[in-house]
Design a binder for this molecule. Structure first.
Ligand SMILES: Nc1nc2c(ncn2[C@@H]2O[C@H](COP(=O)(O)OP(=O)(O)O)[C@@H](O)[C@H]2O)c(=O)[nH]1
Ligand SMILES: [Mg+2]
Ligand SMILES: [Zn+2]
Length: 315
């Protein structure tokens, strides 16, 4: 007999998926391996980690028999990203290091904008605080002023881990989150600090391997506990500015809506078609001059606007 259950994809490699069973019953909370049903694959939708799916299984087959479970359909996708390849994200931990490597703010702000555009709540994490406390606090001020939940910490020295730990415990149940940001900033180190049982690979060597593996950038979601739908977090390999040129694009006109601290000034510019990049009478530029919008955020806006504009010409 075929039995249908709901699950969530944790991992997908080469068409083989690891899915946690969410429905009550025999396999509740188990991670099962399965493929997607052929007819469904022709719809062009690729199942992603984070997807909720309907699975069916044949209860006459053995538990570990190949092909016992099969994905019939994807349900409830509220958003999906190409890089990192993830669906149904609620939070994106936009991570940067206070130093080594120094953050490239347009890259950080790009991630924030992609998250905002996809209705994913960005949470700012500043790592390696002990390497440059002054810069860490400056970054904290920028992103607090812009209206984000922010954390600055040192994973190596085990300093200020508790606030983010508490945030995750309070906010992550039933939600899906991912850490994102450049390579080498300490994402995996922090996740290992928060969840020692993960034993994620860190260090120089793993970063070199990641860089060489452009085609197989796997993303794994891991459950926060053994309770089904307890909340999930993904570590991701770093990605670069290049990704914005090819992926997760939106119209340049939509960019302004991804800068939350610009909101109070929208509609206040002299020209209705103001691009907020250089125009006279721009209320956003005035707010930057008055110190009401962080300068770096507007600089990122201008840089991202240009990228979005150029890309349009190429098409
Ligand atoms: N000084 C310092 N180094 C750190 C900290 N967190 C991570 N690192 C180091 O930064 C390097 C990259 O860390 P990793 O977690 O692999 O970065 P990822 O690529 O973002 O996952 C490793 O050598 C870590 O030991 C920190 O808080 N302080
Ligand atoms: Mg890592
Ligand atoms: Zn303007």
């Amino acid at each position: 007999m075929e039995i249908s259950v709901k699950g969530k994809i944790l991992k997908g490699v080469g068409g083989l998926y690891s899915v946690i069973v969410l429905s009550e019953g025999e396999y509740s909370g188990d991670v099962v391996r399965c493929r997607a049903r052929g007819v469904f694959r022709h719809t062009g939708l690729t199942p992603l980690p984070g997807d909720f799916v309907m699975l069916s299984y044949d209860n006459s087959r053995e538990r570990d028999e190949d092909g016992k479970f099969v994905i019939d359909e994807i349900v409830d996708r509220r958003n999906s990203l190409i890089r990192p390849p993830l669906a149904n994200l609620d939070y994106l931990f936009v991570t940067m290091a206070a130093a080594a490597p120094a953050p490239i703010l347009p890259t950080v702000d790009k991630l924030i904008s992609i998250a905002e555009h996809n209705k994913i709540e960005p949470v700012i994490v500043i790592t390696k605080r002990e390497l440059n406390e002054e810069r860490a606090d400056e970054l904290l001020n920028i992103y607090r002023a812009s209206g984000f939940t922010c954390f600055a910490l040192s994973a190596v020295e085990n300093v200020a881990i508790e606030p983010i730990d508490n945030f995750i415990k309070q906010s992550l149940p039933h939600k899906t989150a991912a850490f994102a940001g450049a390579s080498g900033i300490g994402k995996s180190t922090l996740l290992n600090r928060l969840f020692p049982e993960l034993e994620l690979t860190t260090s120089e060597i793993s970063r070199k391997i990641e860089r060489g593996r452009h085609t197989t950038r796997e993303v794994n979601l891991f459950p926060l506990s053994s309770t089904p739908d307890c909340g999930y977090i993904a570590d991701t390999p770093g990605f670069s500015m290049l990704d914005f040129k090819r992926f997760d694009f939106f119209e340049k006109e939509d960019l302004v809506d991804t800068m939350r601290e610009f909101a109070p000034y929208i509609g206040e510019c002299r020209y209705t078609k103001c691009s907020h990049t250089k125009e006279e009478g721009c209320a956003i530029i005035r707010a930057v001059r008055n110190g009401d919008i962080p300068k770096s955020r507007h600089e990122s806006y201008v840089e991202l606007y240009d990228i979005l504009k150029t890309r349009k010409k190429w098409d």
